[in-house]
Ligand binder design. Sequence first.
Ligand SMILES: Nc1nc2c(ncn2[C@@H]2O[C@H](COP(=O)(O)OP(=O)(O)OP(=O)(O)O)[C@@H](O)[C@H]2O)c(=O)[nH]1
Ligand SMILES: [Mg+2]
Length: 443
Amino acid sequence: MLPVETSTEVLVEQATIAASATPAGRGAVGIVRVSGPRAMEVLHRLSPSVQPKPRVATLVHLQVEGVVVDEALALWFPGPRSFTGEDVVELQTHGSPVLLEVLLRHVLAEPGVRLAQPGEFTRRAVGNGRLDLTRAEAVVDLIDARSESEVRSAAARLEGALAQVLDRLYQPLLQVSAELEGALDFPDEAEGVEQGVRARLESALAEAVELERMAVAGSRLRRGGLVVLYGPVNAGKSTLFNRLAGSSRALVDDEPGTTRDALEANLVLGGMPVTLVDTAGLRADPGRVEALGIAKTRSLIDQADVALLLIPPGATDQSLATWRAEADETKRLEVRGKADLGGTAGLAVSGLSGAGIEALTAAIVERGRFHVPDTVVAHEQHLEAVRVARTALERAVQALEVAPLDVVAGEVGLALAELARLMGLDHSQERLDALFARFCIGK
Ligand SMILES: Nc1nc2c(ncn2[C@@H]2O[C@H](COP(=O)(O)OP(=O)(O)OP(=O)(O)O)[C@@H](O)[C@H]2O)c(=O)[nH]1
Ligand SMILES: [Mg+2]
């Protein structure tokens, strides 16, 4: 576990907080969560005689104004061995929205108890050193996950995997930094320090480069992939789009120029969330609105991870060359369409019959590298910080040759600060606010 500094004056308040921890609406179970010094009073207000054992479910009859309103389970977690580090009571009731509202209103009538703000339970957990920031982030990511790979990435971070990966770079750098500072303080004994430091700085740099590679893959996982379907008018793009999307979303017609505006569908390919876009077909003399659509197609191809060129039967070499020129070779994937009409070689599909769809999907995953990255570094902000640390280390290695040691030490310090921020050793108000704003009430 990494050390976590807690800034008590900012994070810990004395108010007891309460909220419903289950989503609004009817459900099998509803949960009311209470945290703070008055948690037990709240429980006794609802169930006067109960004496719950710590961390064991106790059957209770919840009362409001002397009338039993539900039979529920009460869980009692005395602090500091609780999620928030404070006394916590959790009530598992039946999942009626009206019941939950009645209970919550009654709970909030207890002096010193107020409604929790979004993310406030987790914020207290962080404030009381029960959870570090990388793990708190992982909690929201887990809740927000859109694909199985995002679930796995978030869960690994919740288990502390991000902290471990970062620590592998952080600890050796901390030592290098200490040595450099020592050499600066006692220049007489600094003979040969460069040699020892160089090897370790270089291996730290290699580690940082690897980390950045993971971060690039990870941030792509969060952003998702972009596949743009393009080609000449009437190639069968919209038909193929509908087939891949699994529904008749796009209009299909034998009139060339049917699609004028881009249309999106969300898929999961290779475990990665991917946006598939159907576009206006390319042709030489488009109408005015169609021309706007074609301009949009081009800008989408620019942003795409995969530009899927659908080639109609009987295309000439000359027109083929024109269509190919629309997309960079590294992202272009060519597929022959209307395969049911026969006479096609290579990668071929029929949007109409569905033939060849599986091979096409596999080829898209391959071209876009939509493989589930094995990474715990999944945020845009992770990527940024890792990049800053990597460039600082590059400059540090260069500076060893040409600059005085204090320049090297400065760059190493910069890399360390960036990693510390990422590891959640930095509890700046800004970062906390940004994080907890993503939570919902009751978390
Ligand atoms: N035989 C056959 N016909 C197809 C296939 N896919 C599409 N078509 C037909 O080709 C015509 C054009 O299909 P669309 O899917 O609208 O083609 P598009 O590329 O989206 O055309 P635009 O939007 O005008 O650029 C329609 O009459 C479709 O029924 C296919 O796989 N096999
Ligand atoms: Mg179309």
